[in-house]
Design a protein around this ligand. Structure first.
Ligand SMILES: Nc1ncnc2c1ncn2[C@@H]1O[C@H](COP(=O)(O)OP(=O)(O)OP(=O)(O)O)[C@@H](O)[C@H]1O
Length: 267
């Protein structure tokens, strides 16, 4: 956790969103502190990805504010939104690589599209990110020629190439075996320590993801039921958080001593 944790990178205030008659978000209030890792958890279909899309400015709420570094994304023009987005990096479930581009060109794409960097600068930056992801030697390969784990690492390299202030991860380890997931988590940890970005992660990988989290937020019934440290989360008295913890981590016990032992065995 960094020492600038008091600054708020993202703030959602009373965000509502419906699709047709389906009310998905019913008044989301959430603060993401700069330099920290906030993990959003919750059952399937609750609206976690919809929250990420609001933070990215991809969809507008029906009501409420989405503030990023103080600017309300719901009230700014396209130009200003695009400028704010240059501070974002994104790693989605499928890594979303272009099959027709080499690993190098996939990672270089945001630099070519969004900056005036020279080819020499692009080369230095891309090779630096590939080295950080243990992908030296893979730059000339195409996505179809590398493994699923490597594709995710290329996606992470691309997400980091613009030196983003905030990186969004939507299920970053989906489809990977335990070994490859651990590798992604290790690289996440290493790059965040080095580049000091704010991370927002949507994940089902509980309790493992708690090891990386500064804050865990549960989305249930259209609202954030609580956003707190993983330790507090596991001991929360909120019935929906308790339910989530029991479902994903096994039963929790009533005495404080037993609760402590569950906490330290699982985290
Ligand atoms: N563009 C859209 N149009 C209509 N419905 C949508 C749209 N986007 C999301 N939804 C609906 O909103 C609900 C929440 O979807 P979302 O993908 O955010 O859930 P989630 O919590 O991320 O689920 P999972 O953990 O399974 O990925 C779902 O019922 C989904 O069908």
């Amino acid at each position: 956790m960094s020492d600038n944790q008091e600054k708020i990178a993202i703030e959602l205030i009373d965000v509502h969103k419906s699709f047709g008659r389906q009310q998905v978000l019913r008044g989301i209030n959430l603060q993401v502190r700069e330099g920290t890792t906030t993990v959003i958890v919750g059952a399937s279909g609750q609206g976690k990805s919809v929250i990420l899309k609001h933070m990215l400015g991809l969809i507008r709420p029906d009501r409420g504010q989405v503030r990023v570094f103080g600017s309300d994304l719901t009230r700014i023009g396209k130009k200003q939104l695009n400028k704010i987005r240059t501070d974002f990096g994104v790693l989605f479930q499928n890594a979303a690589l272009f099959d027709s581009l080499t690993v190098f060109d996939n990672v270089a794409l945001p630099l070519r599209e969004r900056t005036d960097a020279s080819e020499a600068e692009i080369r230095d930056n891309v090779m630096d990110k590939l080295a950080m992801m243990d992908l030296e030697g893979a730059e000339g390969k195409y996505p179809a020629q590398i493994s699923g784990g490597m594709r995710k690492r290329v996606g992470l390299a691309r997400a980091l190439v613009l030196q983003p202030r905030i990186v969004f991860f939507d299920e970053p380890t989906t489809g990977l075996d335990v070994h490859k997931s651990n590798e992604i988590y290790r690289l996440f940890h290493k790059t965040q320590a080095k580049l000091k970005y704010t991370a927002v992660i949507v994940s089902h990988d509980v309790p493992k993801i708690f090891k990386l989290a500064d804050y865990v937020a549960l989305l249930a019934e259209g609202v954030i039921q609580g956003c707190m440290s993983p330790e507090e989360f596991q001991l929360s008295k909120n019935p929906l958080i308790r339910d989530f913890v029991e479902t994903t981590m096994g039963p929790i016990y009533s005495s404080a001593e037993e609760e402590d032992s569950v906490l330290y065995e699982t985290v």
